[in-house]
Ligand binder design. Structure first.
Ligand code: TTJ
Length: 643
């Protein structure tokens, strides 16, 4: 925007405006999160949100989003049209909207703005980051058009106003923009992400129809999103084909001017997936609406469980996580003045939201359960299952603490392989320095790399992503893979640069090991999902036992079934050696059982089913990965504990 000064006819106030937009171009990340594909897609959402606001105001029921052949995007609606009349400062209102930061709300009298808090600064930011942008407004029987280049107006006003171009009976706003390649790494919108987000918007606005069109490909695509069932449909969509435990429950009410809507359903899986929305924007960091819901729901379930004598007097309460075991829920509130906090400003902060949600849910869910005892009992059943598992895990954790005292703490360094032929190379990520040391000695140096990871890494699981990425081992790992990483929708990841065909997680067959596998898989999924999609990630399966017969060959037994079979078929006496962990094996044993491609056993990590790869979950990946993370966790447990 340095060329701003070259433009004639601008007074001091418009210079200030341009300086504002210049700031957006200097630090785009501050306004749209990043300049990766995710930030790029965000431009579309910023514009769409304006049309959604018009829908919420009651004047628009159809939005069309088009990915054009020339790489630009068009968003149009059938609302009233942005006002083109004279506004303060002597220019049209539309100009102010597109050239002033934070101008959005001034022209908008809808009760609940879709300001998501994250960026929410709207159309002027999109304008600043677009090589060119065209606004077409149909209002008051006339058509108007305004144009910009990198935020600078290129249409001459007549008496401070846009000249009308022709007559029309329609009303609406249409914005076409071409993202600036000077700003964005790549300017290709990811249609899957855009579709997901639009679908989500349709679920949250049951009376709205959103048409998505992609004209960039040979085979043009057009999808219409209309979800009259609202968040109930959202829940059904998320749960897909999964076996359900209850029907979808829908509750709604109002408290202190805050409208609360909630839908939930229990499925037969060991995780929860509770999503919060405020004014139709997803709050990836959660916030007060979720705490209000969770606290109240836990109280209600515990109180019923005692009334029904499922929890006896001496029994402790179910924890919040217990009562949400298997729950998929959407909590959507409409708040007149939402405030946000948190790292990405997506965490709802209004205390009155917690109170309102607790009140509405408290009243409505009790009313529901009093009439639907069967549902209540099924939910308590899920909580009981969760509590049981929790207790056994707590026990395992106590054992783990004892064990950790003896763990080593030298820094694990990558022992790379000699070959650079990626399709023949493997990298083993090994838990513990002792096992790492043996693995380094045992490996096939030509094709097998070893990266030992300390038990300490366990502690970062709950840390912020910055901390995770600052972790030395993780950094080493990302560097070793060679393909970079992407944040959420990002496009900085290049699978073609991967240096190893197989990434093999090698951890002990216990809770500790499952934990570390879980962390690694979550990390891969979040930052390098293609590693999993394309089948590069494996979990090593070391044997559980070695049978040493008095006569004949020793044999490794990989699970209890194998042991049973050995007992039945083996004649004569034998001693049984049980491996408690990888650290117990010497280099030779480790080679024979776990490293040697001819003899080892591994489990390929796969994404469960189509639902997992569907748009429903992709949309939630940006800053959070609830459904998939949970799945992988189970998978890891399955792989490591269930052998
Ligand atoms: C505001 O109040 C007076 C009547 O018009 C209202 C308004 O601004 N409506 C409106 C804005 N509808 N659609 C928009 C809009 C649409 C797109 C695609 C982009 C932007 C920035 C605004």
């Amino acid at each position: 925007m340095a060329s701003a000064k070259a433009k004639d006819g601008y007074d001091a106030s418009s210079i200030t405006v341009l300086e504002g937009l210049e700031a957006v171009r200097v630090r785009p990340g501050m306004y749209i999160g990043s300049v990766s594909t995710r930030g790029l897609n965000h431009l579309i959402y910023e514009i769409v949100d304006n049309s959604v606001d018009e829908h919420l105001a009651g004047y628009c029921d159809r939005i069309t989003v088009t990915l054009e052949k020339d790489g630009s995007a068009t968003v149009s609606d059938n609302g009233r049209g942005i006002p083109v009349g004279m506004h303060e400062k002597g220019i049209s209102a539309e100009r102010l909207v597109f050239t002033t930061l934070h101008a959005g709300g001034k022209f908008d009298n809808s009760a609940y703005k879709t300001s998501g808090g994250l960026h929410g600064v709207g159309s002027s930011v999109v304008n600043a980051l677009s090589e060119r942008l065209t606004v077409t407004v149909k209002t008051g029987g006339q058509i108007y058009r305004d144009t910009y280049e990198r935020g600078i107006p290129t249409t001459e006003l007549v008496g401070g106003l846009l000249p009308p171009l022709g007559k029309t009976r329609e009303t609406g706003t249409c914005v076409n923009f071409l993202p600036d390649p000077q700003i964005f790494d790549k300017t290709w919108f990811r249609e899957e992400d855009v579709k997901s987000r639009l679908h989500e918007t349709a679920y949250l606005n049951p009376k709205l129809t959103i048409v998505f069109r992609d004209l960039r490909k040979e085979e043009k695509e057009e999808i219409t999103f209309h979800e009259p069932e609202g968040i109930v449909g959202f829940i059904r969509g998320m749960n897909g084909q999964t076996e359900t435990v209850t029907d979808v429950v829908y509750l709604t009410g109002e408290c202190d001017g805050i409208v609360v809507e909630c839908a939930f359903q229990y499925i037969n899986e060991f995780h929860e997936n509770v999503l919060g929305f405020c004014n139709n924007i997803y709050n990836s960091e959660g916030g007060t609406h979720l705490t209000g819901f969770k606290t109240q729901f836990t109280t209600v379930i515990n109180s019923y469980a005692r009334q029904l004598n499922i929890l006896k007097e001496k029994d402790p309460n179910f924890t919040g996580a217990d009562v949400r075991n298997g729950m998929t829920a959407v909590i959507s509130i409409k708040h007149p003045d939402p405030r946000f906090e948190g790292q990405t400003k997506t965490k709802l902060d209004n205390q009155d939201a917690a109170k309102a949600v607790a009140k509405v849910i408290g009243d409505e869910v009790v009313r529901y359960f009093d009439r639907n005892l069967e549902t209540l009992k099924n939910i308590i059943g899920c909580a009981e299952k969760a509590a049981k598992i929790r207790k056994s895990e707590e026990k395992a954790k106590t054992n783990l603490l004892v064990k950790q005292k003896y763990s080593f703490d030298s820094n694990g360094k990558l022992a790379n392989c000699v070959s650079r032929e990626a399709d023949k190379c493997e990298i083993f990520i090994v838990e513990g320095d002792s096992a790492g040391g043996s693995a380094k000695m045992a490996r096939d140096r030509m094709y097998q790399a070893i990266l030992p990871i300390r038990g300490k890494i366990l502690n970062v699981e709950k840390a912020s992503i910055d901390k995770i990425l600052a972790n030395a081992e993780i950094k080493t790992m990302i560097n070793a893979f060679g393909c970079g990483f992407s944040e959420g929708y990002g496009n900085d990841f290049d699978i073609k640069k991967l240096r190893y065909d197989k990434i093999i997680i090698m951890a002990d067959a216990d809770v500790d090991g499952a934990h570390i596998s879980n962390l690694l898989l979550t990390l891969f999924y979040r930052f390098m999902p293609e590693l999993i999609y394309e089948g590069h990630v494996y979990i090593a399966m070391p044997p559980l036992y070695k049978a040493i017969p008095s006569k004949g060959k020793e044999e490794y037994l990989y699970d209890d079934k194998a042991l049973e079979k050995y007992r039945q078929t083996h004649k004569g006496s034998f001693t049984l050696q049980r491996y408690k962990g990888l650290g117990e094996m010497d280099a030779e044993q480790l080679w024979e059982t776990t490293l040697d491609p001819a003899r080892r056993r591994m489990k390929l990590v796969e994404i469960e089913d189509a639902r997992m790869a569907s748009d429903m979950t992709a949309l939630l990946m940006g800053t959070d990965v609830p459904p998939r993370k949970a799945f992988i966790y189970e998978h890891a447990l399955d792989a490591l504990l269930d052998i």
